[in-house]
Design a protein around this ligand. Structure first.
Ligand SMILES: [Mn+2]
Length: 255
């Protein structure tokens, strides 16, 4: 099975891959500034921003965050793959999502008057729907996938693989907190491509078996993290926002 061209991006390195933003716009602005980008997302040394999904939901400026990334994608200044939360918003905009999580509601409230046909709403649907489920970069040396990818799935495009890259593999729910437990696929990863992913918040972004999870819980009072490739350096901005203090009942929704 040949991998479609859109999965393979020939934009040359260096890249700066940014983890789950979840509407933390101020932290995003600070981070891209610290990484040396211009306000429009371009870089004087031709570095490239890559977003690994979950731009929206739960945060305080979800629409503005998604608008900025959308403009950059449409202008071919940056790369983006969607996360499950981006798809949740797109499905709602298409009238297909009737499961309104508290996190999604935070975004919907920002869409003035619930305008589902605004230029932003249409453009955001466009970039999410046209993006590949995961990206193969730097001639196969680097993979960016929202929830990660197992070695034997790299290059595959079947529905199970796509579901895995978006959601991971749920293996249970923590009784005390209601938190979703996902299989720690990276613990068993032995592929040669380096995998950058997010989706499941972790306290520290650490390289394990040629993988790194850079979702350091920015929307939960943690950090917004960028991973520089090929340098393998981490750049972080501390978050000034914790969604759980605003919506403590949203604790059950950890995605
Ligand atoms: Mn996610």
């Amino acid at each position: 099975m040949a991998t479609p061209d859109r999965y393979n991006d020939d934009t040359p390195a260096p890249y700066d891959i940014i983890g789950d933003v979840h509407g933390c716009r101020n932290e995003l602005i600070s981070l891209v500034y610290r990484l040396g980008y211009q306000p429009d997302g371009s870089h004087p040394a031709d570095r490239r921003l890559i977003f690994l999904g979950d731009l929206v939901n739960r945060g305080y400026a979800n629409v503005q965050t998604a608008e900025w990334v959308t403009q950059g994608v449409l202008a071919h200044r940056l790369l983006f793959i969607p996360g499950n939360n981006d798809w949740d918003l797109v499905k709602w905009l298409r009238g297909e999502n009737n499961k309104l999580s508290p996190g999604l509601l935070a975004t919907i409230r920002e869409l003035a008057g619930g305008q589902i046909n605004s230029p932003f709403s249409l453009a955001f649907q466009e970039i999410v729907q046209s993006a590949p489920p995961y990206l193969i970069l730097d001639r196969g040396r680097l993979i960016v996938a929202h929830a990660g990818i197992e070695a034997d799935r790299i290059g595959k495009t079947d529905p199970e693989t796509i579901h895995f890259t978006l959601h991971g593999e749920k293996i249970g729910v923590e009784e005390a907190t209601g938190r979703i437990i996902r299989r720690d696929w990276a613990a068993d990863y032995s592929g040669s491509a380096f995998i950058v992913y997010g989706h499941t918040p972790v306290e520290r972004a650490e390289i394990r078996n040629s993988t790194i999870n850079i979702d350091t819980g920015c929307v939960l009072g943690g950090y917004l993290t960028a991973f520089r490739w090929p340098e393998k350096e981490i750049v972080q901005v501390q978050s000034g926002y914790d969604w759980r203090q605003i919506r403590p009942q949203a604790e059950e929704s950890q995605e």
